[in-house]
Design a protein around this ligand. Structure first.
Ligand code: NDP
Length: 466
């Protein structure tokens, strides 16, 4: 019996697309799924790729069909299913066989598995949804570099390409790959929220219909905001619902779903004391969106506010500039958080490599990420805000961000991600902040002590301590 180069467990949305991608790139692959009928349906539907795909009905057959030392990809839901599959595989595989968790694992779980599993183990983040998995995702690897090297020829072959550069790379030890993927998803939440807020300003403030809004997004997609998310937002806004003949957007319920990776990012940022207010605002906005009944009740109580904005007061070009500024500030926060995690966990994460991997294949892919990769390549330690290319852009656009936030506030339209970006910008460019008052308060009620500006001494107290 000939043995396949790699095996994959979990033929759901992502696993089946990834298996076809692997087969298409010329690798023989064995597949296994908990529900056997799905395995066979998948193999049947593989068309010309079926020759490279071996469906198996038991885990023992699956393991036996992979070339030793084996490489096994898990594409099952994060959490217990991953632990269960690892436990089941442990009975059957050899000491050199490599298990790769390619789902959205929580990096703390990946760290734990890295320490507790006897087999070689990698945690990789795969981004790009089903389409990406099928035709080329962005791949963020974590775990021992030697293990990454064993699978790198397959992972780079199946990944998206920016020019001829593979958007797959080793990020660092332990759960670094899953951490970078979570940060990616947090940024994805923020990018989506900034777009949704612009949509809200156009719909509720400027009274534009979905088709007009679609045109704006498609226009913005030709400029600095060129990105997958702006592009698909234009496409979503342009669709007419067949059942009602109304714009599809107008019949979609305004409650956003989430699987938790944005929330993980926000929680982790708090643990790291790394401020990511734009991402946090986006997570909060999704949570608020789910409270539809309460929002309807409050609207009855307070009314909707003076929503209509005179188009002369908020030109579309100003909104575009504001989004550019908000986006740069959001990524500044995201990359600073990644650096904080790198220091905390001793991962030596490389900002240029991360920006390069995100340029294609993943949901946040955008023209701006190429500029970010260049900025970090010039100086990996410098923040985006301080990089000349981006500081010039911020200097050009922060007035527009202020205009959007102020106008939205005056017209009762919530733009929490824009507002968070503006507050971050104003806080970051204020050398003398207001935490001296906080320190005074803390010393007053808790004798926590404060540092003095004049002589640099610490542990000082105010007269209330006497
Ligand atoms: P699906 O729900 O489409 O598929 C899940 C797969 O896992 C199915 O094959 C299912 O088998 C199997 N499975 C579920 N529970 C168990 C279990 N307890 N033991 C063994 N197998 C199990 O999920 P996705 O393909 O969407 O997601 C897979 C992973 O990829 C997740 O971690 C997800 O977060 C991540 N991901 C998803 C993306 C997306 O866009 N969908 C994007 C990036 C990452 P069965 O057929 O028997 O139910």
């Amino acid at each position: 019996m000939s043995h396949s180069e790699i095996g994959l467990i979990g033929l759901g949305t992502m696993g089946s697309a990834l298996a076809l991608n692997i087969a298409e790139k010329g690798f023989d692959i064995v597949v296994f799924n908990r529900t056997t009928s799905i395995t066979h349906a998948f193999a049947k539907s593989a068309g010309v790729l079926a020759d490279r795909i071996s469906p198996t009905d038991s885990l023992a057959d699956f393991v036996a069909a992979i070339k030793v030392p084996r490489i096994v990809i898990l594409m099952v839901p994060a959490g217990d299913p991953v632990d269960e599959q690892i436990a089941a595989l442990a009975e059957l595989i050899g000491p050199d066989d490599l298990i790769i968790d390619a789902g959205n694992g929580n990096f703390h779980d990946t760290n734990r598995r890295m320490r507790s599993i006897m087999s070689p183990f990698l945690g990789i983040g795969v981004s790009g949804g089903e389409e990406g998995a099928r035709n080329g995702p962005a791949i963020m690897g974590g775990g021992p570099n030697a293990h990454w090297e064993r699978a790198a020829h397959i992972l780079t072959a199946i990944s998206a390409k920016f020019g001829d550069i593979a958007c797959a790379d080793w990020m660092g030890e332990e759960g670094a790959g899953h951490f970078v993927k979570a940060a990616h998803n947090g940024i994805e939440y923020a990018d989506m929220q900034l777009i949704a807020e612009s949509y809200g300003l156009m719909r509720d403030g400027l009274g534009m219909d979905a088709a007009q809004i679609a045109d704006v997004f498609l226009e913005w997609n030709k400029g600095p905001l060129k990105s997958y998310l702006v592009e698909i937002s234009g496409k979503v806004a342009s669709v007419v619902d067949e059942a009602t003949n109304a714009p599809l957007l107008d019949v979609i319920v305004d409650a956003a779903g989430q699987k938790g990776t944005g929330r993980w990012t926000a929680i982790e940022a708090q643990h790291l004391a790394a401020p990511i207010p734009v991402i946090e605002a986006a997570v909060v906005a999704r949570n608020l969106s789910a409270r539809r009944d309460e929002r309807a009740e409050m609207e009855k109580l307070f009314g909707t506010g003076p929503k209509a904005i005179n188009p002369d007061d908020l030109p579309l070009a100003v909104m575009e500039q504001a989004m550019i500024c908000g986006k740069i500030l959001c990524y500044d926060q995201g990359f600073r958080m990644i650096r904080a995690a790198s220091d905390q966990f001793d991962w030596n994460l490389q900002s240029p490599a991360i920006a390069r991997v995100w340029r294609e294949g993943c949901i946040i892919r955008s023209a701006m990420l190429d500029d970010m990769a260049s900025a970090f390549t010039e100086d990996p330690q410098r923040s985006l805000m301080a990089a000349p290319f981006f500081s010039a852009q911020i200097a050009k656009t922060h007035d527009a961000l202020r205009k959007v936030v102020a106008t939205a506030a005056m017209h009762g339209i919530a733009v929490p991600a824009h507002a968070a970006a503006l507050a971050y910008f104003d806080a970051m460019r204020t050398a003398r902040g207001t935490a001296n008052m906080i320190q005074g308060q803390r010393d007053f009620f808790g004798l926590h002590g404060f540092a003095r500006l004049d002589d640099g001494t610490t542990g000082n107290h105010g007269p209330w301590a006497n």
